[in-house]
Write a protein that binds this ligand. Structure first.
Ligand code: ATP
Ligand code: MG
Length: 578
């Protein structure tokens, strides 16, 4: 494995990028290169544990690690840190692969697993035992916690700390052979129970776990802890810069200690602040809880902050990469407003999503003076931002649908859409006037609007001089396609989901209105051929994406990706004032 690693995966010389560094990690690496460290190599990795789906926080780490490799002409590995068989699954491995690829990154043939190194790690552990720097301990988890001490009190030595090397080797061998039950023994590093850093107080290196691993099956019943596996795995892979989140800063002395004991290649660990996003949770434990409790339909529910959820919702990888670029990389934890992510998305979709008309809550309109049976193909622009996207014909006829919201029987001041006796322009079509309101005699509800059109006002024609204040969208009833539309809002009503009154938990902050399903929407006939995953702007309403899970050709389901209203500018303005 290692010989192969060395041959295939070492690129000779990394080169600093042409542009000036934009964050501190780039500066550190540029400096390392100047000083000739690591023989001029840059090698990073993205190290997920396959115990859940990737989320937008992981995207930040992926963009950073793969981005640095690209900028410095180095390499980036995908490594699964699969040291905890009870929580891991191949489903997660596969989803992670798919998501990293979807984001636009390629790890070549460098897909590794900590479990590939179980043998090596086991021998590393033996080496440390032989050096008298590790011992088998019989304390159970509770006792171990008690002996560990606190931030203000030193810990106490385990009564098993002074076991002889021979006894330790013998017990560790028997642990591996499966002689003991889960938790009966652990292997611990012999460091310093009085260290001010709790991670250095004889941390566990190996535990007994009779569990089937998704890759090594039942070959092992002892597993290295994350802390013992992570640094050594980086070292084995020849990683030069181990980039991780701030909570590992306190673990760095421990990783250094292991590598020093073993005298192996020593990657440099650099910590950065993890991404927190408003109105959502980014903890895999909590996301798993949402799935297991069926608060959402799955990991790929379009309300989830997972990459699978964002993809199904209609986000583009470009928008997510742009977001990761714009939030930057810092040393201090902060929370980014989700409005900024949505801003990046609109920026991207504005240029690429074709525009169409769709009526979500239809009300019938009859154009009294339009000949029965006549159909006109009116020319509509696919995207004014990009003329190369061309135009399409939109059928116009005597029977139309417009949005219920675009009609008011008693219009308030400033309402410029349709109301009795008033005129409005139909997008790409004519000016119409409402001449009558037909109601259900039983319920009093409006059933249809009778209108007339002015044939002299066809959009784009030379005689069309007349102007009215409002323009609304519409579809031709006989030609429109029925569709279901799902409107999403933030999964949590509060900016910080963990902000709850005493005695309740974060789940109480779930937004009860995070999903609204509309079942009798009508969309333009051009959408008869819409394919799963395709994105459109529904004029005046927002961006929508054809759902790829609940796909029925005759009756497509559209997910609202994001509305058109950009709140990011307001957020920034408010921040400036504060
Ligand atoms: P846990 O370890 O609790 O299961 P995790 O979110 O740390 O969850 P990992 O699979 O260990 O999940 O994460 C893989 C990589 O992604 C790690 O290097 C981690 O530092 C990084 N990462 C995870 N969450 C974020 C985040 N919110 N922002 C930036 N990077 C993150
Ligand atoms: Mg982690």
């Amino acid at each position: 494995m290692d010989g192969k690693l060395a041959a295939e995966n070492v690129r000779e010389k990394a080169v600093p990028p042409d542009s000036a560094p934009s964050h501190f990690i780039q500066s550190i690496i540029s400096e390392d290169l100047k000083q000739g460290k690591n023989q001029g190599r840059v090698h990073t990795r993205f190290p997920p544990e396959p115990n859940g789906y990737l989320h937008i926080g992981h995207a930040k780490s992926i963009c950073l690690n793969f981005g640095i490799a690209t900028e410095f002409d180095g390499l980036c590995n995908l490594r699964f840190d699969d040291t905890n068989p009870s929580k891991e699954d191949v489903e997660y491995v596969e989803s992670i692969r798919e998501d990293v690829r979807w984001l636009g990154f390629d790890w070549g043939n460098r897909e590794y697993y900590a479990s590939d190194y179980f043998d090596r790690l086991y021998h590393f552990a033996l080496e440390i035992i032989r050096a008298g720097k590790a011992y088998v301990c019989d304390l159970n988890a509770d006792q171990m916690r008690e002996y560990r001490g606190t931030l203000i009190e030193p810990g106490r030595n385990s009564p098993f700390r002074e076991r002889s090397i021979e006894e330790n080797l013998n017990l560790f061998e028997r642990m591996k052979a499966g002689e003991f039950t889960d938790g009966a023994h652990t292997l611990r590093a012999k460091i310093d129970m009085a260290s001010p850093n709790l991670n250095m107080r004889d941390p566990v290196m190996y535990r007994i776990l009779h569990a089937t691993h998704h890759r090594t099956s039942d070959h092992w019943c002892i597993y290295p802890t994350y802390d013992f596996a992570h640094g050594q795995s980086d070292s084995i892979e020849g990683v030069t810069h181990s980039i991780c989140t701030l909570e590992f800063e306190d673990h760095r002395p421990l990783y250094d200690w292991f590598l020093d004991q073993l005298s192996v290649h020593h990657p440099q660990q650099i910590e950065f602040a993890r991404l927190n996003l408003s109105h959502t949770v980014l903890s895999k434990r909590k996301l798993l809880e949402l799935v297991q409790q069926q608060r959402v339909t799955g990991w790929d529910d379009p309300r989830m902050p997972t990459l699978a959820g964002f993809r199904r919702r209609g986000y583009t990888p470009e928008a997510i990469r742009m977001f990761c670029e714009r939030i930057g990389v810092a040393k201090r934890n902060s929370t980014v407003d989700i409005a900024m992510l949505e801003h990046c998305l609109r920026d991207d979709l504005n240029k690429r999503a074709p525009r169409v008309m769709a009526v979500l809550r239809p009300i019938k309109v009859v154009i009294d003076n339009y000949p029965e049976g006549q159909v006109e193909g009116l020319e509509a622009v696919n995207n004014p931002e990009d003329p190369s996207m061309g135009t399409r014909p939109v059928p116009f006829s005597r029977l139309l649908y417009i949005e219920q919201d675009d009609f008011r029987e008693e219009p308030p001041k400033g309402f410029f859409r349709l109301s009795p006796g008033r005129e409005v322009r139909l997008r790409y079509a004519y000016i119409i006037k409402c001449v009558d309101v037909v109601k259900d005699p039983q319920t009093g509800g409006i059933t249809e609007l009778r209108c007339t059109y002015d044939p002299e006002t066809k959009s784009g024609s030379s005689q069309s001089k007349r102007k009215v204040k409002g323009t609304i969208h519409w579809v031709s009833a006989a030609h429109a396609i029925e569709a279901e539309v799902r409107l999403y809002d933030h999964l949590f009503s509060k900016e910080d989901p963990d902000d709850v009154p005493e005695g309740t938990d974060w789940l109480t902050n779930i937004n009860p209105k995070s999903l609204e399903r509309l079942n009798s929407c009508r969309v333009e006939p051009i959408l008869a051929n819409a394919k799963p995953g395709e994105r459109y702007q529904f004029e005046r309403l927002g961006y929508f994406c054809v759902d790829s899970v609940d796909f029925v050709k005759e009756r497509p389901v559209f997910n609202r990706t994001v509305t058109l209203r950009d709140t990011w500018a307001n957020v920034q303005r408010a921040a400036k004032k504060a």
